[in-house]
Design a protein around this ligand. Structure first.
Ligand code: IPD
Length: 292
């Protein structure tokens, strides 16, 4: 399935695994996000079938979420049989390399269900234990945006990039950079909401405080695409509580490699809170989202 993808500017990564290994993981992430992205777009049935619900009746799993995860899992096992896999739809495969592929086969499932063209495939390789908040970190990853036929990607130390889906060496990927905004009242802030009514009620309370203090908010419906938007500067910041590892793993790295900062209540982002923005904004937003 390899598509002769050019490697972006060599990284300055002094990661112990070495930049060549990271570059291979990034390349595979791009291939996986592309393959699953094409699948969910090109094989999307006119009536998307809901297979099940999870935390609430509105937290749906479609047949395509499951099939996309099965595809990703099959491709990962074929390419990297010793790595672990953790997927939104239940994949939890142990490994022996210290690397876990953290995958969201459709991020923005509700948009997918309604045929709103803002959904993504998120694929990341992480170290640490992604089952536990704060105990893991991404080292390579990609977010496929099949509706725009784009793939956004990064590896630790290698910069963040956007390329067109399925192109080869001749195409120049575009380097991403976060916005330079530093003032809260000029900040365009992306956010999202969980599926449970109680969580939403709390999130609405926080928004009552936040909304008068920023330029405006956007609720796009895919955390992975929200993070990519922070990375490419098309929003200034993103903040949400309740995210799972698969929602944020690839986007977290893409934001950092685009010069941004991603934090949580503590240093690493996670379920309690994820805030992503440029250096000059991130602490102001963390304070706003954690004020009692
Ligand atoms: C959801 C989306 C949404 C965010 C939710 C996530 P899913 O993921 O990323 O934007 O607000 O918190 O759960 O369910 O579409 O994979």
């Amino acid at each position: 399935m390899s598509e002769n993808l050019s490697t972006p500017v060599p990284g300055s990564a002094d990661h112990p695994r070495g930049d060549a290994v990271l570059a291979d993981l990034e390349r595979l992430s791009i291939e996986l996000a592309t393959a699953a992205g094409r699948f969910i777009r090109d094989d999307r049935p006119s009536q998307v079938r809901v297979a099940d619900t999870k935390s609430t009746d509105t937290d749906v799993v479609t047949v395509m979420d499951r099939e996309s995860e099965t595809l990703l899992r099959r491709l990962i096992v074929a390419a990297r049989p010793d790595d672990a896999i953790l997927g939104e739809e239940g994949a939890d495969v142990p490994g022996t390399t210290g690397l876990t592929w953290v995958i969201d086969p459709i991020d923005g499932t509700v948009n997918y269900l309604y045929d709103i063209p803002a959904y993504a495939v998120s694929v990341a390789v992480v170290e640490g234990d992604p089952h536990e908040d704060g105990a893991w970190w991404p080292i390579a990853g990609a977010v496929g945006d099949p509706c725009l036929r784009l793939v956004h990607h990064a590896r630790r130390g290698g910069g963040a990039w956007t390329r067109r889906e399925g192109v080869t060496d001749d195409d120049q990927p575009k380097r991403l950079a976060v916005s330079g905004e530093t003032t809260l009242d000029r900040t365009l802030l992306a956010t999202g909401f969980g599926y449970s009514a109680q969580v939403r009620a709390r999130q609405a309370e926080v928004l009552r405080r936040v909304l008068p203090q920023v330029r405006d908010i956007r609720r796009i419906g895919s955390a992975a695409l929200d993070l990519v938007r922070v990375a490419d500067g098309s929003v200034d910041a993103y903040a949400e509580s309740g995210l799972n590892a698969w929602d944020l793993a690839a986007g977290w790295l893409i934001v950092e490699e685009a010069g941004g900062v991603v934090v949580g209540l503590a240093q690493r982002p996670g379920k309690a809170l994820t805030v992503a923005a440029g250096q000059g904004l991130v602490e102001q937003l963390r304070a706003l989202f954690t004020e009692q």
